[in-house]
Design a binder for this molecule. Structure first.
Ligand SMILES: *Cc1c(COP(=O)(O)O)cnc(C)c1O
Length: 413
């Protein structure tokens, strides 16, 4: 691409992007029809109606899996997987320090201990070597977060897990239909957890799914019960033999109904996001000061958002100046993702998840120190995050790429 060194819009030059980004409607008559049918059942309870059951059947067919469980959120889905895996007080669960809070909520509610491993610099996902260094005799599980739609290195993670007898839970809240070596994320680990909150690839308002891939059918039964107060509802009867604690994370028929219609749109919108993301990477590759995201070999990202890093040693500006200049070119963006790595939250640094106590951290030697995952901290200090939408046009991506190249050329050292 020709290097442009024109005046930046922030200095009074011509803006790159003047036409608005493409938009569209996520919900239509398809959802309305399903909702009406749900109401006509005269029950909105998943066990009596057909919508949640049909939603899960379609989900299973799309993913090529045998078993899944519905939940009330992605956070709930992860908690269900942990509960079904038997994660309990004092167990350690290794995960990523750059993720949604929902990844660790279930760990803490089981009185288990989140342990944060460091990340790879450009995939923004768990570094398998770092995972291996964090394993102790108390480690029971790994939650692999496929950030921004890009798959973790699952072959290596599964090999580590098998070697140490660990459960692998894939957090697929951001990675619908992402693939590695021809396999879908969420079908590789023992569990795959999904969110249908209003900001994900598909929405049911709120909701979640757990793909239960564990060989043992009993684990599916446990997952199913764990989302429903440990009531076992498998036929017309219900067993309420409660021997351990479980929450109520049920999905309602209204969510299931919307989910049926949303799932039909999923393959098309994921394919489009992949196309747009790959288009942008091609445009910003090899540009001085710009470090595009890295998608592992034989993998497909479905870009929930698009994040790249700046090499500030090769630019004369700060990350904030770059972000501002890009915004003035007409490209909305955010300097960084979450403000801080998770282990810098007071909850961790004060070692107190339950007010007035040291639970669950009194069960562990684990401490949470700034600097413990240096690469993850560097990612958050140098990243620029762009929104992504299946409704964006090729022109939107082309102008985004040109604006990044223009700003990088201006601030080039
Ligand atoms: C959104 C998200 C969650 C939580 O999902 P909710 O439905 O909001 O509870 C968990 N993990 C990741 C990576 C997410 O992006």
């Amino acid at each position: 691409m020709a290097i442009q060194t024109d005046f930046l819009a922030i200095h009074g030059g011509k803006k790159i992007k003047t036409a608005p980004f493409g938009t569209g409607k996520r919900f239509g008559l398809e959802e309305a029809k399903e909702l009406l049918e749900a109401l006509e059942q005269d029950t909105l309870f998943y066990h009596f109606g057909t919508k949640v059951k049909t939603f899960l059947q379609h989900f299973n067919a799309l993913y090529g899996i045998q078993h899944s469980v519905a939940a009330s959120s992605g956070t709930a889905a992860i908690h269900v997987a942990l509960g079904a895996a038997g994660i309990t007080a004092g167990d350690e669960v290794i995960t990523s320090p750059i993720t949604d809070q929902g990844t660790v909520v279930g760990i803490l509610y089981q009185n288990a201990i989140p342990v944060f491993a460091d990340l790879e610099p450009y995939s923004f996902n768990l570094d398998p070597d770092s995972i291996e260094r964090m394993i102790t005799p108390k480690t029971k599980a790994i939650i692999a977060v496929h950030l921004a739609g890009t798959p973790c290195r699952m072959d290596q993670i599964m090999a580590i897990a098998n070697k140490h007898g660990l459960i692998v839970i894939e957090d697929c809240a951001q990675s619908y239909l992402a693939k590695q070596n021809g396999r879908l994320t969420g079908t590789i680990g023992h569990f795959g957890c999904f969110s249908t909150n209003d900001f994900k690839h598909i929405s049911t308002g709120d909701g979640g799914m757990v793909a239960v891939n564990h060989q043992d059918e009993e684990v599916f039964m446990r997952a199913h019960a764990f989302a429903d107060k440990n009531y076992s509802r498998f036929d017309s009867s219900v067993t309420r033999k409660i021997s351990s604690l479980a929450p109520n994370y049920r999905m309602s028929e209204l969510q299931g109904a919307v989910g049926i219609a949303q799932l039909k749109k999923l393959p098309g919108l994921c394919a489009r996001r992949t196309e747009l993301g790959e288009m942008l990477t091609k445009m910003i590759e090899g540009i001085q000061g710009i470090l595009p995201p890295d998608v592992p070999a034989n993998s497909v990202s479905t870009y929930w958002f698009y994040m790249f890093r700046l090499d500030l040693d090769l630019l004369t500006c700060s990350r904030e100046e770059f972000s501002e200049a890009l915004r003035e070119e007409g490209i909305p963006n955010q300097a960084g993702y979450i403000a801080e790595v998770l282990y810098k939250q007071p909850l961790f640094s004060n070692r107190s998840a339950y007010p007035g106590t040291e639970y669950p951290f009194s069960l562990t030697e684990q401490t949470y120190e700034a600097g413990s995952c240096p690469e993850a901290e560097k990612i958050l200090e140098t990243a620029i995050k762009l929104p992504m939408s299946e409704f964006f046009t090729n022109q939107d991506m082309e102008e985004t790429g040109r604006a990044i190249v223009k700003v990088a050329a201006y601030y080039k050292k």
